[in-house]
Design a protein. Sequence first.
Length: 161
Amino acid sequence: MKKIFFTIGASLLIGTMAYSQTEYNKGFRLGFGLNGGFPTDGDYDGSLGIDVRAQYDFTKKTSITLTSGYTHMFADPEDVGFVPAKFGFKYFLGNQFYLMGEAGVAFGVKGNLDNSLIVAPVFGFANKYLDASVRYEHYNDYETDQIALRLAYGFSLKKKK
């Protein structure tokens, strides 16, 4: 499954970069987000986290992302936490709705968590300043997955033409 995800993402990235023939103001965006999740099993009661995301726009429809932050999972008797580091590919379906795939590593930093591979399909909405999304996040080495919501404030770092 991992190989399929990476192959599709690389193909879309290369294909859309080759297809783009119009001049577009490429550049970076930065976003700061809050997220909360609902585990798909009974091991955790929920999650809460913060993140920062750097996004590089190749075209009006395609971007790559790098996201990190901290996620805290609530459990009884012991809460756990991890620092995710995820690389993503974002494809806009129109002007504001997008699909994104993310993959990376969760570094366990609190409680009895080791490191884990993370894979997440994402559906979201973004405009000039707001980014809201829902994702299914699979942790390869943890005993849970989650459905998470993210709300972020973002802004452009691009130079004006």
